[in-house]
Design a protein around this ligand. Structure first.
Ligand code: GLU
Length: 308
C-alpha cells in the first residue's frame, strides 16, 4: 500500500486571510493526527505579477502559525513542460480538442434550448475529435477536455457522495498557452504522489472534473476531504468587504498565532469558548468527526475578540 501523502497548495494571491489559514491549519492537523506526509506546492500559475514577494509572504505566514511540511517546495510554474505533456497525452487519446469559440459564443451555445443541449454531447464538441485536431487553427485557441459523463459522483469524507454536473467540456489549456488550474493540479498531484486532498468546499465541483482527468490519464484518484469555508455574517466568503482579515494585518496589530488558533478551535468545536490555544494543544483537541459541514461564520464578535 502506498503511504498517505497530502499537500498544502496555496496560491500566492496576495496575503493569506483567516479563511485560508483555517483550511491549511485543518489540513495540517488532520495529516499530523494520521501520520501522513505533508508536501508543499505553490500554485503560482495565475498569481499576481509580483509573484516572488507573494510566495515569500505566504510561506512566512504559514511558518509563523507553526505549519510545517516535508521536503522541498514545488513551484507549479516550473512544471509547465509536464503540464504540456499531459495535454499531449489527452490529445493522443482523442480526449482533448482545440476550440476557438469565444466566451460570448459559448454562452449563446450554452443558453440554447435545454432539449437540444442535454440530449447529446455538448454541441460545441466536434463530431470527430481526431479529424478536427488534425488541422490546427493559425491562432492560439483554448483546448477542451472531452467529458464523457453528464454527471459524476465524488465521494468526500466530510460531505459524502456528491453528484456533480460534468456535462460541459471544460477548458484544460488556455489560448494564452498555459494550463488551467484543473489540468495543472491533476498533473502536479500525480507527480507529488498525493493520496489525500484536503481543501475548501468551493472546490468540490472541481473534484469531479479532476477525477475525470485522473481517470483519463490512467492515474489513481485521491481521497477527498473538503472543508467548510469561512464566511462573513452576510453569508459571503470572507473577503475585503468584511474588513481586512489578512493574517499579516492581524500579526502587525499584535495578534498572536495562539489567538488565531484559539478562534479556529472554537469554530471547529475543539473548544467551546474562544481561548488562545497552542498548536500542540489544537493538534490533540481537534476531531474531524465533530466538524460540521456547514460553513463557518466569522462574526464581528470573533474579530473583536481576536483584536482584544
Ligand atoms: N491553490 C488553491 C487555493 O489556494 C487550492 C487548490 C487545491 O487545493 O486544489 O485555493
Amino acid at each position: 500500500m502506498t503511504s498517505p501523502i497530502t499537500r498544502l497548495a496555496p496560491s500566492p494571491t496576495g496575503s493569506l486571510h483567516i479563511g485560508n489559514i483555517c483550511t491549511f491549519l485543518l489540513n495540517w492537523v488532520i495529516a499530523k493526527q494520521r501520520n501522513w506526509k505533508i508536501v508543499f506546492r505553490m500554485e503560482d500559475i495565475d498569481g499576481p505579477r509580483k509573484k516572488s514577494i507573494a510566495i515569500e509572504e505566504s510561506i512566512d505566514i504559514l511558518r509563523w502559525i507553526g505549519i510545517d511540511w516535508d521536503g522541498e517546495i514545488v513551484i507549479q510554474s516550473d512544471r509547465i513542460d509536464a503540464h504540456q505533456e499531459m495535454l499531449h497525452t489527452l490529445i493522443e487519446k482523442d480526449l482533448a480538442y482545440h476550440c476557438s469559440l469565444t466566451r460570448k459564443e459559448l454562452n449563446t451555445v450554452l443558453s440554447a434550448p435545454h432539449e437540444t443541449f442535454s440530449s447529446k454531447d455538448p454541441i460545441y464538441r466536434p463530431a470527430n475529435v481526431r479529424l478536427h485536431n488534425s488541422s490546427l487553427p493559425n491562432i492560439q485557441t483554448n483546448w477542451r477536455f472531452v467529458s464523457e459523463r453528464a454527471t459524476h459522483v465524488v465521494h468526500d469524507e466530510l460531505y459524502g457522495a456528491q453528484i456533480c454536473d460534468t456535462s460541459h467540456d471544460f477548458v484544460i489549456w488556455t489560448k494564452d498557452n498555459s494550463p488551467t488550474y484543473q489540468l495543472a493540479v491533476v498533473a502536479d498531484d500525480h507527480y507529488q504522489h498525493i493520496t489525500h486532498i484536503i481543501r475548501g468546499n468551493d472546490l468540490l465541483q472541481s473534484a469531479a472534473w479532476q477525477e475525470l482527468l485522473f481517470e483519463a490519464m490512467g492515474w489513481e484518484t485521491p481521497t477527498w476531504i473538503h472543508l467548510p469555508l469561512v464566511i462573513g455574517s452576510d453569508g459571503k466568503r470572507v473577503a475585503k468587504r468584511h474588513g481586512d482579515s489578512r493574517i499579516s494585518t492581524y500579526r502587525s496589530r499584535g495578534v498572536s498565532p495562539e489567538r488565531i488558533i484559539g478562534l479556529i478551535a472554537m469554530w471547529t468545536h475543539a473548544q467551546i469558548n474562544p481561548i488562545p490555544m497552542s498548536l500542540e494543544k489544537f493538534l490533540h483537541s481537534f476531531d474531524l468527526d465533530k466538524l460540521q459541514p456547514n460553513n463557518i461564520v466569522f462574526t464581528k464578535e470573533d474579530e473583536t475578540w481576536l483584536l482584544d
